[in-house]
Design a protein around this ligand. Structure first.
Ligand code: NAD
Length: 246
């Protein structure tokens, strides 16, 4: 294992995707990280100066201390197994995971540091807290979540919408209704609406650039690499981050 003060050796899994490309680009500006391998689905990605691997070649990866996974649920189990074998920190933003895959995150956390989040923006982490408090104060009001994303997004409702729904349930009262819209190139919008008789509260988060998610995930990977095994939350790792303009 490398010393805690040398750059963290990082693998990006899903490196050819929309998020993966942002991660690779921004990683080059992060002195705390050194990208040692980029992995994509059926074909190895071609990135100057970085060894590329297809998803079926995970056994050939060089040694690494952290992995960021923004891929699809079909690739999730294999990359988590590889991180367990390596004893590396696992940071994942892949959404649409099934209940077995979500349970595996807790099992893995007994052996490695694990952070899975449906959203890596600090704004959404704060929105979750606001929504929980509103739900606790307004248990009788109707709750609705409307999420809007680009036309390529496969899962619906979005992972972020479901996480916001969990925050509502934690606050108390009924679970929300969900609505999903797919349009154009929208990065991600989430409206949480509480409606009573004659009045309504709307809490909205709009992501205008996917760099916010990539920067958040890169920061979490460098922060997590040398920590003890366990489950970690975005808000704990991102709340100290400054200068978050994309
Ligand atoms: P994308 O379709 O553009 O890219 C997917 C990537 O995964 C590609 O590199 C592809 O080659 C790879 N891939 C596909 N199948 C694979 C497999 N079986 N094994 C390994 N790799 C495989 O998708 P995207 O827009 O970049 O989003 C990726 C994931 O991240 C999605 O689940 C999306 O919902 C999620 N996402 C999360 C956040 C967040 O903040 N948590 C933000 C944006 C997107």
């Amino acid at each position: 294992m490398a010393a805690a003060d040398s750059p963290v050796r990082l693998v990006i899994h899903g490196a050819s995707g929309r998020m993966g490309q942002a991660l690779v680009r921004l990683c080059a500006e992060a002195p705390a990280l050194r990208l040692v391998a980029a992995v994509a689905g059926s074909e190895a990605p071609h990135i100057a100066g970085v060894p590329g691997f297809a998803a079926g070649e995970l056994a050939s990866l060089p040694a690494f201390e952290a992995c960021i996974d923004f891929s699809l649920p079909a690739g999730f189990d294999r990359v988590l197994d590889r991180c367990l074998a390596q004893g590396a920190a696992f940071v994942s933003g892949t959404t649409g995971l099934d209940s077995h895959q979500l349970a595996r995150l807790d099992e893995a956390a007994a052996r490695i540091p694990v952070l899975w989040a449906a959203n890596f923006s600090l704004g959404v982490a704060v929105l979750q807290d606001l929504v929980r408090r509103a739900a606790a104060a307004l248990p009788q009001w109707h709750r609705d979540i409307v999420e809007t994303h680009h036309v390529h997004k496969k899962d619906a409702p979005s992972g972020t919408a479901l996480a916001l729904g969990e925050s509502i349930v934690e606050g108390g009262g009924a679970a929300p209704h969900y609505a999903s819209l797919r349009a154009g190139d929208i990065v991600g919008e989430h409206l949480v609406q509480f409606t009573g008789a004659g009045e309504r509260i709307e809490l909205i988060h709009r992501a205008t650039h996917r760099d916010i998610f990539a920067r958040g995930a890169l920061h979490c990977a460098s922060a997590l690499a040398h920590r003890a095994p366990g489950r970690y939350r975005v808000i704990d790792l991102l709340s100290g981050m400054t200068g978050r303009g994309a």
